[in-house]
Design a protein around this ligand. Sequence first.
Ligand code: F0G
Length: 460
Amino acid sequence: MTERRSWAEPWKIKMVEHLRMTTREERLAAIKEAGYNTFLLKSRDVYIDLLTDSGTNAMSDRQWAGMMLGDEAYAGSRNFYHLEKAIQDYYSYKYLVPTHQGRGAEHLISQTIIKDGDYIPGNMYFTTTRLHQELAGGTFVDIIIDEAHDTENEFPFKGNVDLAKLQALIDKVGVERIPYVAIATAVNMAGGQPISMANLKEVRKLTQKYNIPIVHDMTRVAENAWFIKIREEGYSSKSVAEIVYEICTLTDHATMSAKKDPIVNIGGFLATNDEDIYRKAQNMVVVYEGLHTYGGMAGRDMEAVAIGIAESVQDDHIRARVGQTQYLGEKLLEFGVPIVLPIGSHGVFIDAKKFLPNLEQDLLPAQTLAAEIYIEGGIRTMERGIVSGGRNKDTGEHNRPKLELVRVTLPRRVYTQSHMDVTAESIADVYARRDSIKGLRFTYEPDYLRFFQARFEPID
Ligand code: F0G
């Protein structure tokens, strides 16, 4: 049999959305007006939008057909039961509490399980997840392996937990102060890096010994499963669907931002195997999101999520999804642009410290670089460095993450290979003029999740 040398996306385009190209002058004015924060740009001023893969996906014709089957009853919508069945069948969890998006689920689980003074170990923080842990009185403790903080280390599972770090925390603060261990699949802030099944099993063994539950941030679980399939011994003949299911069975509760893996524009949920937690969360969701059979989603949205979950675990889909990210990453490497290795699942992460070695972290290199990439070609990316890191909740000092990155994130099924070529060429042009780039300083800093709304000005 002839090996196929290249692959193409397992879909074709049925509807298009026109893009608007701007001039350099227009972009300079737009980014100034946006306070040099790409989150504050107007979408109409953006040519290729690689800000996030969150809610920016293209739904399939089946998902759109599902939207027409929305049962918008206030209570007991049929789409809720369809979604509940998808979560049981594909993810193994028994109980479902729908929420408007991922952070709604993080709020519910944090308020339900965390007590004041608790510690929550996790394989790297995520912005909204850590904030909800802190708002519930907890303190996040990073237990990811050291390799995850080194952008050049090519370890294939940089999302792994360092078991010694977890054990040390248990010994230091005591089991009673650890309400759960937070495990993310395809760790976002590490660059879309996977946790291995072997490591997850070790974490399971250790936590079971102490009776500590695992909360799974399953936002990109199918992407993680793909890496297990192609990199971990014993999994090459398993389907992504089987691997996803197995990952979930090793955890107790899960929060999902359905705006990612399940290829929709809005939605999320909390899933659990614990009836007591389910009852509590189900009661709380009524206060903060909506009745427990819709939790902030319309019936049609729940239907689209249910169908999207099934599509998201198809091998062909995920091969193309992760494959596009690899394609962009390899192009950037050809141009000599420093990126996080191995190339991740949902985006390519540029190492801003190496890209702009003259800018110390206080000059906000990643924020600066994201603004420059926009100015160069109208491409919108996102800072993931000191600005996203926020401030220490006790001392008020900047958190200083070791990683100072710009995330070039790929929505699912939206852009073509040519868009990736243009993106790589634009970033290469910024790289060529990197020596003339100066930093930024804050002019406005909001209290929570500052990266979304902060404003900056250039330093002369
Ligand atoms: N967990 C992870 C790993 C995420 O990436 C996100 C969102 C959330 C939780 C929160 O979910 O946005 O639906 O409330 N990440 C987006 C991003 C915002 O761009 O990475 P949400």
